[in-house]
Design a protein around this ligand. Sequence first.
Ligand SMILES: NC(=O)c1ccc[n+]([C@@H]2O[C@H](COP(=O)([O-])OP(=O)(O)OC[C@H]3O[C@@H](n4cnc5c(N)ncnc54)[C@H](O)[C@@H]3O)[C@@H](O)[C@H]2O)c1
Length: 259
Amino acid sequence: MELSFKGMTALVTGAAGGIGRATVGVLAGQGSRVWALDRVGLEQEGVEVLTGDLRGGVLLEEAIARAGRVDVAVLNAGICRPAELEQTTAANWDETIAVNLSAVFHHLQRLAGVMKKQRGGSIVITASTNSFDGEAGLIAYNASKAGLLGIVHTAANELGPYGVRVNAVCPGLIETPLTREAFDRPEVIQPYFAALPLGRGGQPEEVARAIAFLASDWASYVTGATLFVDGGQMAAKFGTWTEEKAEFAGGRWRLKPEP
Ligand SMILES: NC(=O)c1ccc[n+]([C@@H]2O[C@H](COP(=O)([O-])OP(=O)(O)OC[C@H]3O[C@@H](n4cnc5c(N)ncnc54)[C@H](O)[C@@H]3O)[C@@H](O)[C@H]2O)c1
């Protein structure tokens, strides 16, 4: 069986960003009609674009009304506003929870009705490695991403009987506009990547392909799952790379040639 979305309709939120844009590309490339939702516009041939704020659900309603059916929904929009615990303002907390967690809940609730009626569908939510472990300075973000796991697990239970699958992809550090600043600072990424078995950051397409897998019929027996796309980050305990055996160049670790 070929991985294909031919004849399907997919909806992607956060579609103008790094991971969202790559996901739109992969789904459209595999034959899906794609509805791209973001507050920032994008131009992609053969893709229907809806621009505006996702909060409030107006954009989703418009996409559902115009698309007619939704076979695949990728709930991917997210924001990250770093601040230490005591410096995190109520506004920061509220906005982060509203976009990353509450909007996903409201979208999922609406899509559940649509997909139950269709007796089928697949939803992929972009969570994070930060859904599982701590990272200082990101309390609102981490709480929002941890909350998504509760959503995924519960929705998988409720929607499974209707043939609707709900899964999460959990990216590690991926090179997108969200993380541009980190990637531009070798003093940040060199020690970060030294802890990763694959010794480098990820590219948006590498997450998009995992999303496409979870969304597709190739994952027909997968629901309630969390798939790490993190270069091995969550499998690593003591770090991987040392300067004795490897060198950091071009933004990644590589083994030195054998003597
Ligand atoms: N890049 C990473 O390293 C990484 C790691 C783990 C998880 N993630 C998650 O992946 C998802 C995509 O991240 P990315 O790195 O592509 O970021 P990005 O900033 O490139 O893209 C996010 C997109 O969401 C859109 N968006 C945000 N709030 C919105 C709103 N209220 N209404 C409409 N659109 C809105 C933005 O306009 C942007 O285009 C996010 O949920 C993020 O938390 C990213």
